[in-house]
Design a protein around this ligand. Structure first.
Ligand code: Z5A
Length: 207
């Protein structure tokens, strides 16, 4: 049985990851591709608990190292219990955020060294990397406006605008570094146009 493909969705606040994840899942199913959707941080019972700790804005101040290690601890569980078992049985995995988010948020947002993140990436993931990454990109103000309209902001969403600008820049840099894996899709356009671009990219990928 061929190994499943690992597709990740990335982008800053409110760019439309969750909205488009469902669309992509349906598109793959239409093509008879077995697929699961999952998210980071999260995806297992322990990883979801770590997610709550990471997003809780009433927690004690979380140090940058602690934040980075919590993200990778959740990822280690997720890979072992969800991602690898699916891929090895031929199921495709569609994941809302993965390690590009660490380069963007902890690297770009918190100014942590990429070499530290890369070291943890190799430790926790071995050779596992996404086969395709869809980077949804929109100006920071648009994404934040959309995210705010949903109500209470979490620990990350409460950061200042400069943080999100740094996150966005770091994401776009990741795309420049990995042009064959990461496809940038602008989401400051009507949803129908975003969906058409997604069909284009994923259609090519399937073929
Ligand atoms: N984090 C980290 O620091 N390091 C890591 O390694 C990882 C994560 C993996 C949780 O992520 C946090 O964890 C995240 C970084 C950190 N920071 N935060 N916050 P999350 O994925 O749960 O959180 P999120 O980025 O806040 O996701 P989100 O706010 O749910 O945004 P979204 O999924 O991209 O957007 P959406 O819910 O699909 O869309 C937002 C609204 O816009 C919604 O009402 C839509 O109907 C609307 N929308 C979407 N597309 C359009 C278009 N094209 N036009 C008009 N309206 C639209």
């Amino acid at each position: 049985m061929p190994r499943g493909k690992f597709i990740t969705l990335e982008g800053g606040e409110g760019v439309g990851k969750t909205t488009n994840l469902i669309f992509i899942e349906n598109y793959l199913k239409l093509h008879d591709i077995p697929v699961i959707i999952t998210r980071e941080p999260g995806g297992t019972a322990l990883a979801e608990k770590l997610r709550q700790l990471l997003l809780d804005k009433n927690s004690e101040i979380i140090s940058e190292n602690a934040e980075l290690l919590l993200v990778f601890a959740a990822r280690a569980q997720h890979i072992k219990h969800v991602i690898e078992p699916a891929l090895t049985t031929g199921v495709w995995v569609l994941c809302d955020r993965f390690t590009d988010a660490t380069f963007a948020y902890q690297g770009g947002g918190r100014n942590m060294k990429n070499s530290t993140i890369e070291w943890l990436e190799n430790l926790v993931q071995g050779s596992l990397r996404p086969d395709l990454t869809l980077l949804l990109d929109a100006p920071v103000e648009i994404g934040l406006e959309r995210a705010k309209s949903r109500g209470i902001l979490d620990r990350f969403e409460s950061e200042k605008i400069q943080f999100f600008e740094q996150v966005r820049r770091a994401y776009l840099l990741q795309a420049e570094l990995h042009p064959s894996r990461i496809k940038v899709i602008k989401t400051n356009q009507p949803l129908i146009d975003v969906e058409n671009e997604l069909i284009n990219v994923i259609g090519n990928f399937i073929r």
